[in-house]
Design a protein around this ligand. Sequence first.
Ligand code: NDP
Length: 485
Amino acid sequence: MDDLRNTINGCQVEPVNGRWLDNIEPATGALLGRVPDSDADDVQLAWEAAAAASEDWSMSGGHARSEHLHRLADAVEANLEELARLESIDNGKPISLARSVDIPRAVANLRFFAEAALADRTEEFLTGDRARNLVHRDPVGVVGLISPWNLPLYLLTWKIGPALAAGNTAVAKPSELTPVTAARLGELSVEAGLPPGVLNIVHGPGAGAGEAIVAHPGIPAISFTGGTVTGGRIAEQAGPLFKKLSLELGGKNPNILFEDADLEAALATSLRSSFANQGQICLCGSRILVHESIQERVIDALVEGARGLRIGDPLEDRTQQGALVSSAHRDKVHACVQRAREEGGEVRCGGAPPTTLPERCADGFFYEPTVITGLSMDAVTNREEIFGPVVTITPFETEEEAVAMANATDYGLSATVWTTCEERAARVAGAIDAGTVWVNCWLLRDLRVPFGGVKHSGVGREGGEEAMHFFTEAKTVCTAQGTTS
Ligand code: NDP
């Protein structure tokens, strides 16, 4: 692959400082190409372009913005196969997943917010016969969008869609670990006729380009998805600058299986919710809590299912488990499994890199799907996010105990509940601290519903009107009745 470029003001440009970072292919450990090691100078150029484009874009009207976003969606859709392949190569995920989830959902994000751009969000409130209040929703201006490596194009478009639909221009930074599809999106945005400066994509590390976006005085809103520690750092930096902040952070999501669950469905979905994308989805259910009466059946089935997952070259259609994103991340996941052993956990399967891999992938960053039992909720393994193909299974006796265990972490992103009792489902869903609770399903997403976490899983919500509100400022104009005609 060629060296990647930043997209600034509709042009493909090299970093001002002339520095580059290596981009490594996770499945092989080989050098894929280089990515700009951008810093504050590149962010400044991107901001100048975005600021210059801001007025025309914000005044262009919802219909024009909607058409532009649909055209961008068309361009992504027309290049779906190429983008799926690039995402698989750059991230290590199975191409079947990129083809069926990542890229189609990126298209869906852009189309959803293309439609959202059409709505008039002005609200009217009459104060008796004394006043008429009109609440307008104005764009914020130039917004900063920072996204992680696990669902690269999908999560980036989840931010670009509402930001642009609401009339903002953007400086976006994908993860330096997975920059390729974002770079291609930059090119496609130009080909699709998006006006120069509306969408600027600056590559580089968090400590360089990322911090420069957060610190920039001309960027009043930051939408961030990533780890909780990074989110805290961004909040520290942005707080004194009074920036709007949306923080979508980590999770340690419980997946609760009651004794009255439809076990066939629960087990099939739990295998997916534990190991999809090698467990590198913030919504993965990394803690399976199971009623003691079905504990052995669940452990046996999960272990058998995990052992049966096909690990291999992500570019093979049949592969179900690809590589982890980097050698550092693979090592971190392995260290977490070692810690689980030290805490007294029993590793029922996995717990090491696979020994047989296709020759091309011999130096890749793979890890076997791992099931661990025998740890209480006090164990660090059950409290801290691992973000890899590692799941724990822990028994409970009563519903109250299950809820207490589910809530026994600092995180609160999502939860899954398996039961055929409607009343129990409602009770448990109500008692769990999480932004989303799935009952008898997982990862079913309706783009209209709010998405985000409580506690250390984040601040604010994305999705639907919540995102449109984040990317606008409400302005109230209160006019005394009868004073104008
Ligand atoms: P990181 O927090 O490491 O990075 C996220 C993004 O922030 C990257 O683009 C990164 O750049 C950038 N960044 C890092 N430091 C800074 C900084 N100081 N200032 C500004 N930007 C910075 O997360 P990961 O990429 O490792 O992603 C995994 C995490 O994301 C997991 O914790 C996961 O749970 C969470 N996540 C949450 C989701 C949610 O919706 N709640 C969805 C998906 C993931 P770079 O990588 O280039 O250094």
